[in-house]
Design a protein around this ligand. Structure first.
Ligand code: UDP
Length: 239
């Protein structure tokens, strides 16, 4: 990931789909547990960890609105879906003995904590894993943007985007055998070439705040740890 000093505080962004495992929908507890162990191995390195989990395995606002729902209502449903995923991940993390807090952009006191920046920072300092739920709290945004926003607010040194592929390619590697992976790429190239790393507003926000985005595969066991140790395969977006 560029070598140098080990990172102190990072953001891990995963899509909701990463939690559905072989099912094609919803939550697959063994898969949630597997990802929790990936996070555990990095937590054990002493790294402070923020997480944002999408909601696409349960509900996406755009899908709802395409079927006739009001967009804002559909987006709130999408945000609620991310809270369910966050609770599932919290349960898996705590069963591994890792103190974890879910912090929601939409207050729901009986379920999790409301977002208060200083309190979230304090949790991180105490080595609690903090899962930011309910996106940004606003419709028309995505959890990629939420991850970039919270990473900036928490002074994370990088965003780690765990996906199904081990980096950013010039074309879809699942469809083209001759697709080539970038080791590094700039924010501007990602935007100009319409590469599917994160949505454009998230990339722009990361660029403005000088936050590198590291795209890696969450499918490989020990993948997250090897990326943090600087040995794994990934693509680094910055500069
Ligand atoms: N969403 C939103 N505002 C936000 C974040 C998310 O309205 O700040 C809604 C939006 O409808 C989105 C859904 O929540 O489709 C789930 O998030 P996302 O699509 O980013 O999940 P992922 O694709 O990462 O699983």
């Amino acid at each position: 990931t560029g070598g140098g000093k080990p990172l102190r505080r990072v953001m891990l962004k995963i899509s909701g789909e990463a939690l559905m495992g072989p099912q094609g929908f919803g939550l697959h507890p063994p898969t949630v547990e597997r990802i929790a162990r990936e996070v555990q191995s990095v937590h054990e390195m002493g790294v402070e960890i923020c997480m944002v989990i999408g909601g696409g395995n349960i509900f996406r606002g755009l899908q709802g609105s395409a079927q006739g729902m009001e967009r804002t209502t559909a987006d709130y449903m999408g945000m609620l879906a991310t809270v369910m995923n966050a609770l599932a991940m919290q349960g898996a993390m705590e069963s591994l003995g890792i103190h974890t807090r879910v912090i929601s952009a939409i207050p729901m006191d009986q379920v999790c904590e409301p977002y208060i920046r200083r309190r979230a920072v304090r949790h991180l300092e105490k080595k609690r894993v903090v899962i930011f739920a309910a996106g940004t709290g606003n419709p028309y945004f995505t959890t990629d943007t939420a991850a970039t926003l919270r990473a900036s607010e928490m002074s994370c040194q990088a965003i780690f985007k765990g996906t199904k592929v081990d980096g950013v390619y010039d074309k879809d590697p699942e469809k083209h055998d001759d697709a080539v992976r970038y080791d590094t790429i700039t924010y501007d190239e990602v935007l100009q070439k319409h590469l599917k790393v994160m949505d454009a507003s998230a990339i722009a926000l990361a660029r403005e705040n000088g936050l590198p985005i590291i795209v890696f595969s969450l499918d490989a066991e020990g993948g997250f740890k090897s990326i943090l140790a600087g040995t794994g395969v990934c693509t680094r977006v910055d500069g």
